[in-house]
Design a binder for this molecule. Sequence first.
Ligand code: PGA
Length: 264
Amino acid sequence: MRVIIEKNYEFMSKRAAEIIAEQIREKPDSVLGLATGFTPLGTYKELIGMYKKEGLDFSRVTTFNLDEYYPIPSTHPQSYHYYMQKEFFKHININLDHTYILDGLVKDVKAFCRWYEEEIRKAGGIDLQLLGIGRDGHIGFNEPGSSLGSRTRIKTLDAATIKDNARFFGKKEDVPKYAITMGVGTIMDAKRCLLLASGSDKSKVLTKAIEGPITAQVTASILQMHKDLIVIADEKASRDLKNKDYYQHIEKLTEELKTLTIEE
Ligand code: PGA
């Protein structure tokens, strides 16, 4: 696990975008797992800037989104379909046929979830999965108590998540009660995970997730078992981390290591 602490949201977003851009430059047909919510907005903005200024090429990239409310039409301004078009896809040269988002109105949910998992597998698996963390510790919409081995499926949203997301819908009665989400196991299959956390209201849950015990009550905590996890937190989100100085020390030495020359 690598923990990078940046001074604020803007720097966190720039760092995340650099990591994603590096992935695309190294492997132009990368498969990206994408997230929604407030946290990744700055990252998408930075990536759009890289496309416009430096020609970062998304034409061969495939994407799979983590989750979608259920039921919700894709035209609803709070659907994650709508969000992805508005905040990212319409600004870059991605082939929309290569963008997969869970269907918020599908009738046969089980068959659809199996198909989604199969499409991820056929694409060669997710190279890099972008993640936010919910105030209840969720990744995707894997609410507390979700099986840590779960696959894509329908979930009932936690009351805390409904309350949190009421800010987007206006009132909590309008927030859908369910979501279709990649499972914790689906996320853990990604070759690399990039977890972002910003703001003081994420500091306690981030500490639980990366320094606490691994528990289904904080589904993000399973990421401690991931073979290639990068966490980028801003100052406010990292303020409760017990090992904050240690993470910063490691980052500094890792940078120094890049310039180290060993004499013959
Ligand atoms: P947020 O949501 O980025 O809007 O805080 C994160 C999440 O619920 O995963």
